[in-house]
Design a protein around this ligand. Structure first.
Ligand SMILES: [Ca+2]
Ligand SMILES: [Ca+2]
Ligand SMILES: [Ca+2]
Length: 221
């Protein structure tokens, strides 16, 4: 009975949204909101877990990448007046989080997607041959609960590294042959990388949790 009611309500919602057809819905302070339904994007209507805009695919620069509750990663690509979606990968674990940046020289300076996927840190990278199979950079005993951050905090490697929290903050760096996930000092938390402190050369890693925030940088500064 309840199922029938839900599907009837679902159909009604689809009809109402279809008539609205991705028209601008709202404005606020000069910003314009255009809302697209899953149907309009032709996207499976699974719950979305995370979203990032990334230049990971040279054929589709600055596409939107979504990961759903069913652990599928999609690229949303604007083509003319329409949106197209392309499935990129299926992942194994739950509560995935997406980050974007260039930490792997195997595809040159093109950025990659880095996904915190349960207890794994996974890279999705595009090469001239297309999307590689998901590469597991690190498998953890502890959960990797939040999204990774990419930036050049470590001057020992050319270009960026991937930072994430598991049992503790960790750095995943490509050493020309393999990924190394080295532990960093301090407790785990949300991570962000950037040059927020001009008194220290280059970018720093920030790790934040209830009660405190750590700044982590390479060397004694
Ligand atoms: Ca790269
Ligand atoms: Ca570096
Ligand atoms: Ca700095």
């Amino acid at each position: 009975m309840r199922k029938g009611l839900e599907s009837a309500l679902g159909m009604l919602t689809v009809l109402v949204l279809a008539t609205a057809c991705a028209s601008p819905r709202d404005t606020q302070g000069g910003f314009l909101d255009t809302r697209y339904t899953a149907e309009e994007l032709n996207l499976p209507d699974a719950e979305k877990e995370d979203i990032v805009v990334c230049n990971a695919d040279p054929r589709n620069p600055e596409a939107v990448y979504l990961v759903t509750e069913s652990r599928e990663v999609y690229a949303l690509i604007r083509e003319g007046t329409a949106w197209r979606y392309a499935p990129i990968a299926g992942l194994a674990s739950s509560r995935p989080r997406l980050a974007c940046g260039d930490a792997w020289p195997g595809n040159g300076s093109l950025p990659e997607l880095y996904i915190s996927d349960g207890r794994r840190l996974v890279m999705l990278a595009q090469t001239t041959a297309g999307w590689l199979e998901p590469q597991v950079l690190y498998e953890s005993e502890a959960r990797i609960p939040e999204k990774a951050a990419v930036g050049d905090v470590d001057p020992r490697t050319p270009g960026g590294e991937v930072y994430f929290s598991a049992d503790r903050p960790r750095q995943a760096a490509w050493d020309d042959q393999a990924w190394n996930a080295a532990p960093l000092p301090g407790p785990p938390g949300y991570v962000a990388v950037g040059d927020a402190d001009r008194t220290a050369a280059g970018a720093e890693l920030y790790v934040s949790r209830a009660g405190s925030t750590d700044q982590i940088r390479y060397g004694d500064g």
